[in-house]
Write a protein that binds this ligand. Structure first.
Ligand code: SF4
Length: 443
């Protein structure tokens, strides 16, 4: 994915948070009038993500030998020396300053990486790019990502991310609400709240407000906003107020993505996760009791050190038992410096075999969701010509033309392995947000 402005391109790897920061980098670079610059906003979540970023840097240098190349992001923050050693790069910038004014300028040292654990600021606390630059980045956009938090205070044994992002810091509710309202007033129909550890939002703010309270405030202060989504949530830390908002706020979309990681309690314990299998099952049933149409996705790791056949089977079984619809399957990849890298590793071919098996289970689970939706009506946000996303996040294909960022509605008349097909549709003009008329119950 890349965020382009004239003469500046930001190539993004990794999560939605990184994607939202890439938009800020592009807007800032545009505001400063920079040109002929390519910024690589890297990810460190797996070894493969780091390899791809390094490969892309070398590839772009061959294609655009005259351009200035800069690398930033989690992979750079965690291992700045490795990127500093790449002759293709003109600038190596840490996560802490990557969106700051002047960060990409020619003045100053080539390597600009400081201690991330000393960071107290978050993106919203920094000067914002100009309104003109921000408006440019909103053109022809279906949705916008808004950062509410950065960093993580947990230390899951497989995870390197805290070393790239530092401790958890929250953006105050009023700043988040103002940003969302501004986006909605510029015509953005859907906002996704992002962060590294979203459910820890508020813990460091006065009065320790909950994520549910933030969602409630956003929806109250931005009445123009049509749809709000949350990115990945820690299943152990969903607060009671968030469950209440799920029940009574139709503009909060009926789709949750949970960071589950495994379905076996011993593996969860060795991962130092804060939930157990039974809590996941309780959580999904209490969410569905409040919102029966809720679609639930999950991040799952396969091949974690010591994972037995039986433990893997319990993870596979959880997909069906919890009625999960969207899976992100990560084959375990040891990150140097993490406790899991020092545990007894499984053979890579076995990890690949398990990843393929779980992805097959994921494809079957998605198919069940698509079949379940067949015959109901979609209210889908147009992402690109002929492609839209329904409220529960299933992909919708349609014929004819509708503007990107508009919401269309019509009956679901067919399906493939990956998406549903919309029959005769119309632009949704009345803003009625009655729950999706879904036939039957899913689980
Ligand atoms: S909660 Fe765990 S997996 Fe998520 S960022 Fe923090 S340490 Fe990593």
């Amino acid at each position: 994915m890349s965020e382009a402005t004239p003469g500046v391109e930001v190539v993004t790897f990794g999560c939605r948070l990184n994607a939202s920061e890439s938009e800020d980098i592009a807007a800032q670079a545009r505001a400063e009038g920079l040109s002929d610059l390519v910024v690589f906003n890297t990810c460190a979540v797996t070894r493969e993500a780091v390899r791809q970023a390094r490969q892309a840097i070398r590839h772009v240098k061959r294609l655009r030998p005259g351009a200035r190349l800069a690398a930033t992001g989690c992979a750079v923050q965690i291992d700045p020396q490795a990127f500093a050693a790449m002759p293709e790069l003109d600038l190596v910038i840490g996560n802490r300053t990557k969106t700051s004014p002047g960060a990409l300028g020619a003045e100053g040292p080539r390597v600009r990486v400081s201690d991330i654990f000393a960071a107290e600021e978050t993106m919203a606390a920094r000067p914002r790019p100009t309104a003109q630059a921000a408006a440019h980045s909103l053109r022809k956009r279906a949705r916008a990502y808004v950062q509410i938090q950065n960093g993580c205070d947990h230390r899951c044994t497989f995870c390197i991310i805290p070393f790239g992002r530092g401790e958890s810091r929250s953006i105050p509710a009023d700043d988040v609400s103002a940003r969302v309202r501004n986006l909605a007033q510029h015509g953005i129909a859907e906002v996704v709240l992002t962060g590294v550890d979203l459910t820890s939002w508020g813990a460091d703010l006065e009065g320790a407000p909950s994520l549910g309270a933030l969602v409630r405030q956003i929806l109250t202060t931005a009445p123009e906003l049509k749809r709000l989504r949350l990115s990945s949530l820690d299943a152990a830390e969903m607060d009671a107020e968030l469950l209440d908002v799920i029940a009574d706020e139709p503009r909060l979309m009926p789709h949750l993505h949970l960071s589950i990681q495994a379905g076996d309690d011993l593996i969860l314990k060795r991962m130092k996760r804060r939930h157990r299998r039974a809590q996941i099952l309780d959580l999904v049933s209490s969410v569905r009791a409040r919102r029966p149409e809720m679609a639930i996705g999950a991040d799952l790791i396969v091949g974690f050190p010591t994972e037995s056949d039986e433990a893997f089977r319990r993870t596979c079984d959880l997909v069906e038992e919890a009625g999960l619809s969207f899976l992100h399957v990560f084959p375990f990849s040891a990150r140097p410096g993490t406790p899991a890298a020092r545990m007894p590793q499984l053979p890579p071919p076995l990890i690949a075999q398990r990843a393929a098996a779980l992805r097959r289970a994921g494809a079957a689970a998605l198919r069940r969701r698509l079949e379940f939706r067949c015959g109901s009506r979609a209210r889908a946000l147009v992402e690109a010509p002929g492609r839209a996303r329904d409220e529960d996040y299933i992909e919708v294909k349609f014929t004819g033309e509708a503007p990107v960022g508009s919401i269309i509605t019509g009956p679901i008349t067919g399906l493939t392995e990956t998406h549903v097909q919309l029959g005769r549709w119309r632009l949704l003009e009345d803003d009625s947000l009655a729950p999706l008329p879904i036939p039957g119950a899913l689980v």
